[in-house]
Design a protein around this ligand. Structure first.
Ligand SMILES: [Zn+2]
Length: 115
């Protein structure tokens, strides 16, 4: 990579700092994990209701609770992944735009092709 391309990549990374992306990502992760913990707590506290919703009439069956937890967590994780990817694309575009506005557009493009 040329010196200008390295500066372009640095400008992209500075764009993340300028827009506060690190804080936003950490906040988003904290919200996501809080939702997961609250969902787990709701499932554990309402295990009979969960079992009944799956059509089982018995309670306190650890295997069934584990299956219910797995299904629920997979559904939650599916949507968190989708939202996370969409947000990631948005902040990467903003960081690219920051480098572009500093006149590193062509150098950033060349650097990305090389990486
Ligand atoms: Zn980036």
């Amino acid at each position: 990579m040329t010196e200008q391309e390295v500066l372009a990549v640095a400008a992209h990374e500075l764009g993340h700092c300028y827009t506060g992306d690190l804080f936003k990502i950490n906040l988003l992760n904290a919200v996501g994990y809080t939702i997961i913990v609250l969902a787990l707590q709701a499932i554990i506290n309402n295990k009979e209701g969960i079992l009944l919703s799956f059509g089982f009439k018995t309670s306190c069956d650890a295997v069934l609770i584990f299956v219910g937890l797995s299904i629920t967590l997979n559904l939650i994780n599916f949507w968190i992944d989708k939202l996370s990817m969409a947000y990631s694309r948005k902040i990467e575009y903003q960081a690219d735009r920051f480098a572009y506005d500093l006149d590193f557009g062509e150098d950033l493009t060349n650097a990305l092709y090389k990486m």
